[in-house]
Design a protein around this ligand. Structure first.
Ligand SMILES: C[S@@+](CC[C@H](N)C(=O)[O-])C[C@H]1O[C@@H](n2cnc3c(N)ncnc32)[C@H](O)[C@@H]1O
Length: 282
């Protein structure tokens, strides 16, 4: 189905309003490639009709299908490697030293914001189990959120096909952390039990998420405009414990949008911490 010039504003504005994703001129092929089948199966003769139907659909089902179609869920296990080296060699050892001083069961709370199909959060779970042995000695809370229902459902199921398994996992990690059945490779139950996934639009208020020791928010703000990006990183900084760390994508930077965060470097990894005295109240 062709996206007509007269439909651009309606379609792009609607997509922005439900996801904050900015589509500009020249991105017609994305809409055509990703939403044509949905428009046709929804009985719509044009994209304009699809958007009108979605707006009128009080159940929100069509809106969520548009989100599933338009979002880019590209991800892989241990993506970019360096953030996971950072966790292994610096952030987790420092966190445990610190938490063990005040708690018999040290809390480790990590949020994968825009987790897509779960590979990022499961990579963290795999790494923690490899480092810490029995996870029950710690109070581990690993939370994954994403805007797309389809992505969250896949992440929760924890099943991956052989192509996904071949992206970022060694044979040893695969054998240690997954079991094979007729549906594919499934993350082991003891790792799955450390995690929880839910739908969350990062443009909406997320103060109810509580505070985290480490937040991963990678490769999602690249789809947002500068104002929304700044608002997102501001609000994420308010979800960090005073000692917490924010990890963003390897091709991203905060610019000047978040003066309360300072950048730190460990080997090849860059991460952000609250400037002393600027930890904000919930
Ligand atoms: C490219 S994936 C990144 C996955 C993972 N963080 C990584 O770096 O491998 C981007 C994800 O952002 C999600 N997303 C897009 N807009 C969002 C929004 N407004 N709120 C929450 N998630 C969003 C998409 O559904 C998609 O799963």
């Amino acid at each position: 189905m062709k996206l007509l010039a007269s439909e651009h504003a309606l379609v792009f504005d609607y997509i922005y309003s439900i996801s904050a994703i900015v589509l500009e001129a020249g991105k017609d092929y994305l809409v055509e490639g990703r939403l044509s089948a949905l428009a046709e199966t929804s009985g719509c003769a044009s994209f304009e009709e699809l958007i009108r139907k979605a707006k009128a659909d009080a159940s929100g089902v069509l809106k969520r299908k548009i989100i599933d179609g338009i979002t880019t869920g590209e991800t892989l296990f241990f993506r970019d490697t360096s953030p996971f080296d950072l966790l292994r060699h610096k952030l987790i050892p420092e966190l445990i030293d610190r938490q063990a001083r005040s708690s018999l069961k040290p809390p480790i709370r990590i949020w994968s914001a825009a987790c897509s199909t779960g590979q990022e959060l499961y990579s963290i779970a795999i790494l923690l189990r490899g480092m810490l042995g029995d996870p029950h000695r710690y109070n581990i809370r690993l939370t994954g959120t994403d805007l797309s229902d389809e992505a969250v459902a896949r992440a929760s199921a924890g099943y991956y096909n052989s192509i996904e398994m071949g992206r970022g996992l060694s044979d040893v990690l695969r054998a240690q952390n997954f079991t094979a059945d007729t549906k594919g490779w499934k993350i082991r139950d003891e790792l799955r039990a450390l995690t929880s996934f839910r739908r969350l639009n990062l443009m909406e208020d997320f103060t109810s998420m509580g505070k985290f020791d480490i937040i991963f928010c990678r490769n999602v703000a690249i789809y947002f405009n500068e104002k929304d990006k700044a608002s997102l990183f501001q609000r994420l900084s308010q979800r960090l414990e005073p000692h917490g760390s924010l990890i963003i994508g390897s091709m991203e930077n905060l610019g000047t949008s978040c003066p309360q965060l300072e950048s730190n470097r460990h080997l090849r990894a860059v991460y952000y911490k609250l400037l002393q005295g600027k930890a904000q109240a919930a």
